[in-house]
Design a protein around this ligand. Structure first.
Ligand code: AVI
Length: 326
């Protein structure tokens, strides 16, 4: 269904992502029943988790956000040249639509489509975008881009360019990333572009510091998952009996985040009891890091050829422009 919200400048397409609470609960319980215990990173992002994530992005140790923004700012004209004219920028998981602002004046796309699962947040940020860039045809689609996504009916889109910043692809396993890229390949017509931010493999000390900031914001972000279990999933547990644990796993080229139980204990979530030994962990997130070549190989396997690459002088972060082949 397509309808006009109050602010006339945004066209809103509600793709009705499945009302999640039951499936979310089931997914959470399934992870807690598994051995070792796991939880999807998407459980981090309730309101408090999203606020904490915004605070992580400005911590001095968390280099990805400011480095990617600097690359986008410095390379905006170059990016515009590679992207070409009459683009429709499609931002996947658009959130606050903040990073795309660094490109809009240079790229001058004809239209912008922000896709996000959080309806109110999406509407608010795309309305602000439409107000600030009156020449831009702004669309918003409420959908879970990682599950299923179709282009909104009736949207004219001559030269689609997917925009996926933030190294969010790093929160997928390489197999999931491959499936995700293949899904985009089947959605986008031949010749479409993709501008994607990918965090790079680097000195372990820099990586470990980024996920263990001195102010304890990443720890609070991780531990907030337990608060969410208490409030949203009828959890009976004491968050103070768990600790944040994040480290770089060199063999898998990924940061792992865990919640470690400091004691032997039973917790109850949604009516079910789960036992934790002292020192046992709930694995809450992986954040994969790639070499430039490693990512290009992954993308090529899913049908996207590398056309351009930008990095910062310290090669902390990369932005790739890929083209859909076939
Ligand atoms: C959203 N994502 C790319 C972040 C990352 O770095 O993997 C999430 C995050 N987790 C802890 N700090 C930041």
């Amino acid at each position: 269904m397509t309808m006009m919200p109050n602010a006339a400048a945004v066209r809103f397409h509600d793709q009705h992502p499945p009302a999640a609470s039951l499936s979310l609960r089931d997914e959470l319980l399934q992870g807690l029943r598994a051995s070792p215990k796991t939880s999807s990173p998407k459980f981090f992002y309730d309101l408090r988790g999203s606020e904490l994530f915004d605070r992580i992005c400005v911590q001095p140790e968390y280099y990805p956000t400011r480095t990617e923004e600097a690359i986008l700012r410095d390379a905006a004209d170059d990016i515009a040249h590679v992207v070409g004219k009459d683009a429709t920028l499609i931002e996947l998981g658009s959130g606050a639509s903040r990073k795309v602002r660094l490109l809009l004046e240079a790229v001058r796309p004809t239209s912008y489509l922000g896709i996000d699962i959080s309806r109110d947040f999406l509407l608010d940020s795309t309305r602000r975008l439409a107000a600030d860039y009156p020449w831009l045809d702004v669309h918003a689609a409420c959908a879970d881009f990682s599950q299923c996504m179709t282009m909104p009916a009736g949207m004219k889109c001559e030269h689609p360019v997917a925009f996926f910043p933030g190294s969010s692809i790093g929160n997928f396993s390489p197999d999931e990333a491959d499936t995700f890229l293949r899904g985009l390949h089947s959605l986008l017509p031949s010749g479409s572009g993709m501008l994607i931010g990918v965090d790079l493999i680097k000195d372990e000390a820099i990586l470990n510091a980024a996920y263990n900031d001195a102010a304890g914001v990443t720890a609070a972000f991780n531990l907030n998952l337990l608060e969410r279990m208490r409030h949203e999933f009828d959890g009976d547990l004491d968050p103070a009996t768990f600790s944040h644990y994040a480290f770089y796993n060199d063999a898998h080229s990924r940061i792992e985040m865990h919640l470690v139980s400091d004691i032997n204990q039973d917790i109850r979530v949604a009516g079910e009891v789960f036992h934790f030994e002292q020192g046992e962990t709930l694995h809450t997130e992986n954040s994969y890091k790639y070499s430039v070549e490693g990512f290009q190989t992954l993308a090529a396997g899913a049908g996207f050829e590398s056309r351009a690459l930008w990095t910062d002088p310290d090669r902390l972060f990369s932005i790739h422009y890929l083209q859909r082949t076939g």
